[in-house]
Design a protein around this ligand. Structure first.
Ligand SMILES: [Zn+2]
Length: 488
């Protein structure tokens, strides 16, 4: 995938970008106003004219969350839109009801709109509009109707909003693209394109070079595919600034390997590179808004396939950092590729405690996290209480919620192996998300802060902040927290 073929342009059709959907302020002449009406308010009275009031009465509009109605003129034109805001905190999955504006971008007729009364947080409403307007049309013969556009109110930093929306669209495009068109080479191309755009450096270690350069786990997971596995390494920012390393799981398709998944479990496995999509989306925000950090993005990318040379259950593989790992299950491959990338992240940092700075891992890692928290609420793990509180609060506020789970030391023993230094899985159906997180932490040496986000990477049905499909969950929440820490 390259930037030209992304963002859902149907073949031959003009590609729709966030800039087409979020128009500069001052272009509002003739724009249709949208009002957000909270519970308890008289929606009909708030339209301010008798015809509108009578119409809303006639269609039984109430300000329950997500109700919406178009208000016509006598000539039959749309002169207004009302949106139910519920109790004011009914955004979904979290946050203020201003976020419900995203629903309008999915459902209003094409045209130009503006925010009218009732929006207390216009920045969030505009962001939601941009997120809601996304459509994935790459394999459709036509683009369909263009999404409705929002003329931004005065005083909003349009470039920042566009950057965040574009980052999420990029992440969604990558996840939504089927594995037939997105393997490790295409993740590589997308990462290099992003790096080039921001003037970042990129190095990629491919195929057998992974063995020469000592990344045995990444190679083992990817060697059965005829699409060469690789480690993508992007660096950007001011040398000497606070170090932030993002590590994203880039399994472009996960059959489960020899421990093959059933068809129901394999169906969505094009999204097993959701962690890679998330770190690229987050990287686009960090670089696009120029946070003062020394950023590194590491993406171990492979396709977990089945062939005669596939790695096997019970194999023992020596990892990059020298410790041996017994393969209890070939479907727990994400933590294997991440382990080598994490070991690499900790090198060359002076071997000082904390020298590696922030080490943040993003991965569609375990079904256990979904059993615990469901698809909308990614689990995260960290020893840093202040960061946990900051990310949790930021995510909830902007509709990108995360929920902390424990790095419970008592379960370290679940990773014991009889023949090797550790096993990659625990063979009982308990605490699978926790043991996976503990496994990763073992390889994150010298991190001043370690955090791991176990995300689903997918929205199972349309919601106000986006359509069904890929979602780089947690990217916005973590960006918000980092931005606060960088004093922005
Ligand atoms: Zn797997």
């Amino acid at each position: 995938m390259n930037e030209q073929s992304s963002s859902g342009a149907a073949p031959g059709a003009a590609r729709i970008t966030p800039a087409d959907v979020l128009l500069p302020s001052g272009t509002a002449a003739g724009a249709v106003p949208v009002r957000l009406v909270r519970e308890g308010a008289d929606a009909a009275a708030e339209t301010g004219d008798a015809l509108g009031a009578a119409w809303l009465d006639a269609v039984r509009f109430t300000p329950a969350a997500k109700k919406q109605a178009l208000v016509p003129s006598v000539e039959g034109r749309v002169t207004g839109v009302v949106l139910g805001g519920g109790n004011g905190a009914a955004g979904e999955p979290s946050g203020p009801s201003d976020l419900l504006a995203g629903q309008l971008a999915q459902s209003l007729p094409a045209g130009t709109y503006r925010l009218g009364a009732g929006f207390a947080e216009p920045r969030l409403a505009a962001l939601a509009w941009g997120l809601g307007a996304y459509r994935y049309r790459r394999y459709k013969s036509s683009n369909g109707d263009p999404p409705p556009a929002l003329s931004l109110p005065d005083g909003l930093a349009r470039e920042e909003i566009l950057n965040e929306v574009e980052a999420v669209w990029l992440g969604r495009d990558l996840i939504n693209t089927p594995a037939s068109d997105l393997g490790p080479a295409e993740i590589d191309a997308a990462a290099r394109a992003l790096a080039a755009r921001h003037g970042a450096a990129a190095e990629v270690i491919v195929g057998d070079a992974l063995l020469d350069r000592n990344f045995p786990l990444i190679h083992a997971v990817g060697r059965a595919s005829d699409r060469a596995p690789r480690l993508i390494d992007i660096t950007w920012g001011r040398k000497g600034a606070r170090r932030v390393t993002l590590v994203g799981k880039g399994i472009t398709f996960d059959t489960g390997g020899l421990d093959i998944k059933p068809s129901s479990g394999m169906l969505l496995m094009k999204k097993d590179m959701g962690g890679a999509a998330t770190v690229l989306a987050l990287g686009h925000m960090i670089m696009g808004q120029r946070l003062d950090v020394e950023l590194r993005i590491l993406i171990p990318s492979a396709e977990n396939s089945i062939a005669g040379n596939a790695f096997r259950p019970s194999d023992v593989i020596r990892s990059r950092d020298g410790r041996t790992v017994e393969i209890g299950n070939t479907d727990a491959e994400g933590r294997l590729v991440l382990a080598d990338a994490l070991a690499y992240a900790g090198e060359g940092t002076g071997e000082a405690a904390g020298g590696a700075g922030d080490v943040l891992v993003f991965a569609t890692l375990t079904g256990a996290a979904r059993v615990a928290l469901g698809p909308d609420l990614p689990a995260f793990f960290t020893d840093d209480d202040a960061f946990a509180a900051r990310v949790g609060a930021a995510g909830e506020r902007i509709g990108d919620p995360v929920w902390r789970m424990p790095l419970w030391p008592g379960y370290e023993r679940f990773l014991d192996s009889e023949v090797a230094d550790m096993n990659n899985v625990y063979d009982a159906p308990f605490a699978g998300a926790v043991t996976a997180a503990l496994f990763l932490r073992r390889f994150a040496r010298n991190a001043a802060r370690f955090a791991h986000f176990d995300l689903y990477g997918w929205r199972p049905a349309a919601r106000p902040l986006g359509p069904k499909g890929g979602e780089p969950q947690t990217a916005r929440a973590v960006f918000e927290a980092l931005k606060q820490e960088c004093g922005r």
